[in-house]
Design a protein around this ligand. Sequence first.
Ligand code: TPP
Ligand code: MG
Length: 543
Amino acid sequence: MNVLTVGDYLISRLQSLGVEHVFGVPGDYALSFYALLQKRGMCVVNTCDEQGAGYAADAYARMRGLGVVCVTYCVGGLKIANTTAEAFAEKSPVVVISGSPGIGERDKNPLLHHKVRDFDTQAKIFEQITVASTVLGDPQTAQKEIDRVLDAALRFKRPVYIEIPRDMVAAPCIPYHRATDFQTRSDPDALHEALTEAVTMIDAATKPVILADVEIHRFGLQEMLLRLAERGNIPIASTILGKSVIGEEHPLYLGVYEGAMGREEVRRYVEESDCVLLLGVFMTDVNLGIYTARLELARAIYATSEKLTIRFHTYENVTLRDFLAGLIEAPLRSHDPGEIPHPDPVLEFIAQGKQKVTVRRLFQCLNAFLTDDIVVIADIGDALFGAADLLIRHHTEFLSPAYYTSMGFAVPAGVGAQLANPGLRPLVLVGDGAFQMTGVELATAVRYDLNPIVVVLNNRGYGTERQMQEGSFNDILNWNYHRIPELLGAGRGFLVETEEQLEQALISARRHPESFCILDVQMDPMDRSPALERLTERLSKRL
Ligand SMILES: Cc1ncc(C[n+]2csc(CCOP(=O)(O)OP(=O)(O)O)c2C)c(N)n1
Ligand SMILES: [Mg+2]
């Protein structure tokens, strides 16, 4: 008779939740689990550095609904504290699995390699940055613990931590009866009253507007969002973190709202509306244009997975899904949205020969280059500010760490995103500073036959910081980014200084799907995107 082991059970649960890839770097405390992963048909993607694995798993989770990173004890685990923190802050359900010393090895507290302070030091750290965590130290409770923790990841869309001591991987599980599903249901009376108030408010409004954000992605509510908007003929703006929540060519789409950082027409439309439906919105400083946004609760319906307020009334136990479903079913009247200030249409890019590339022209060119089969991934810095104005055709084709804003996300996220959806080619937009942190993961792209197009915005250093405080600490070494293919023995590199070189490089990259392409786009250190310019302009007016 086949005995189900703790390791087997964990892997089979992950597979039943749609996970086919696990990212990480092995180590002796995790080796037996790695071997089992491979034996059970999981594709194990070993990255150059754990941080790369953490970001790749995060992107995979954003695209697929669950991602997994598997590392060894402390030396690996502590390196992904930052990527796990990002997943927590931005609600991405990543399962962190860490090997650790066997329970049988822990007697008399020996000084085993990789141990920091106590055996549970790493587990304690991860308790702070995950929504649920467990150390599978007992086969009697392991199954139940695995279920509890995975359910929490799915329910809260946040990372979880599972530590598997190495002598537990092959330990036989004690089966238990799984409790019925964990779905939360709304309180029917609270839901009814909330809907009555919301419908009255929306119907009485002359120009309601929806501001949609990241939770709509995470909870898979995009279709419901569209139905609601179409039902009431209500325009939708998105935040930068929620960008691509709907296809941006939709007739009801306004553009990215980000206070003074966004387009002025969008800001005016949203801020002058007499009823703003904030759906799944994170009220973060970046989303709110570094607090230049003017959104008053007195004219807002604010619904998230955690709370629902309508004006100043708070409703308990009403889920976002039930609330949206109720609004869709309600007899909402159809509004006249007036003139909707759609994003600027994408213009043909006519390269100005030897003209030096500016940030503004780079993004105009990229906008014209975008097609349906591209997922745009923006690292922070001007790569992100500039990307706000790109027109994304379909939903969930834009990823960025727009709230936590940790540098180094984009290149490894390109690996995770393409493995999650091989039908899409990643367009990775990354500053030279961020590239120097994790660009090495292009090696992983090569090993797994991926073909991202990586655009390095090379402004010789930390440009965003230069705008705030100049100093030699913003300078970095100018690498020959376009020659990385020589180092890796694969890929194509392009040195781009002029507009015609930019256009030619993008055309060549499109014609070369066999491997990654990297564009080293040289720009002036003090150049900046229109979004960053708008922000500084508005702020200076106010001073
Ligand atoms: C991991 C990490 N370290 C430091 C920072 C602080 N920081 C914010 S923007 C920035 C500069 C980014 O430089 P680059 O990637 O070249 O983009 P640019 O600003 O030049 O467009 C730094 C260092 C950060 N956000 N994340
Ligand atoms: Mg830079």
